[in-house]
Design a protein around this ligand. Structure first.
Ligand SMILES: NC(=O)c1ccc[n+]([C@@H]2O[C@H](COP(=O)([O-])OP(=O)(O)OC[C@H]3O[C@@H](n4cnc5c(N)ncnc54)[C@H](O)[C@@H]3O)[C@@H](O)[C@H]2O)c1
Length: 285
């Protein structure tokens, strides 16, 4: 099957690399044009680098290689004015907006400072609210918004881990889950859908960095990616260390496409069974 989002325009934040790039390319493969946004600057409290201009250029190259159009802009999801400018320009150039993928996000785990809490909430929660706000005036019946949560939003007890940064991560994601539910209710009468995707670990720059190697292998002095992987897998009932970004893109594509035209307000776990021991028929135990 191809052309599952033919004729649609999709906004993807955090599109320079990782899951955001994967979503942009997968949607383009199925016929969408793309409005891509990324920060392209580091954030002091995040213990790993953000994407670069070269990364965003690579997303542009991959989308254009598929024969689709892409308008790529440097913008910070924390800044509503920057986002509005980027989205308005993209819509003017591409002729509409039908899909919103709020993917940009950071992890400030390990830092126990108020700033680490504030930064992650500003990006992961306020950034999603800003994305919806910038997109909303352009959306019509049939549009679909997909918010990125995390299993951290659904794990009971996850708020008490890894300092103020980890607390902020779980806090922001829990509120993204609630936001998706509330927006789905508000937009249902306009036939605009809102769903939330909750991945477990994904093989992207957010996980594939020296800070995370050490977080998962505190027993080693300078652990490598290969030494982290068994530790990730040991926490999964399917012995699965991390998803590929493309695994998440398939869910995003489903929610973006008309195949899910009556599906809204869902909280989709992409967790390889991670949450099963903590839930009963999908409901927290
Ligand atoms: N990787 C995982 O294990 C995992 C698991 C569950 C959920 N998530 C969620 O996925 C998102 C991270 O995506 P990823 O895994 O591809 O990681 P990533 O770090 O590779 O990609 C995140 C992208 O967002 C951009 N970005 C960061 N702050 C921004 C801002 N203020 N404005 C615009 N762009 C910004 C970065 O430059 C980067 O390109 C987060 O929302 C995170 O909570 C990730």
């Amino acid at each position: 099957m191809s052309g599952r989002v033919e004729g649609k325009v999709a906004l993807v934040t955090g599109a320079a690399r990782g899951q955001g790039r994967s979503h942009a390319v997968r949607l383009a493969e199925e016929g969408a044009d793309i409005i891509a946004v990324d920060l392209l600057e580091d954030i002091e409290t995040a213990p790993y680098p953000m994407a670069t201009k070269t990364d965003l250029e690579e997303t542009v190259r991959q989308v254009e290689a598929l024969g689709r159009r892409i308008i790529a802009t440097q913008a910070d999801v924390r800044d509503l004015g920057q986002l509005k400018t980027a989205v308005d320009q993209g819509v003017a150039d591409l002729g509409g907006l039908h899909v919103v993928v709020a993917q940009a996000g950071i992890l400030t785990m390990g830092l126990d400072t108020p700033q680490a809490f504030l930064d992650v909430v500003q990006v992961n929660l306020v950034g999603v609210i800003n994305t919806v706000t910038a997109a909303a005036p352009h959306l019509e019946s049939g549009a679909s918004m997909i918010l990125t949560g995390s299993t951290a939003a659904l794990l009971s007890g996850s708020v008490d881990i890894t300092g103020a940064g980890g607390l902020g991560y779980a806090h922001s994601k829990r509120h993204v889950a609630r936001l998706g539910h509330d927006l789905a209710r508000v937009y249902a009468s306009r036939r605009i859908r809102v769903n939330v995707v909750h991945p477990t670990n994904v093989d992207t720059g957010m996980m594939d960095n020296e800070f995370m190697y050490k977080a998962f292998r505190p027993d080693l002095d300078a652990p490598t990616r290969e030494e982290m992987i068994p530790s990730l897998a040991s926490k999964s009932p399917m012995d699965m260390p991390w998803l590929a970004p493309s695994d998440v893109s398939e869910a995003v594509l489903y929610f973006a496409s008309d195949a899910s035209r009556w599906v809204t307000g869902q909280q989709l776990k992409l967790d390889a069974g991670q949450l099963l021991p903590m839930t009963d028929a999908g409901v927290p135990a």
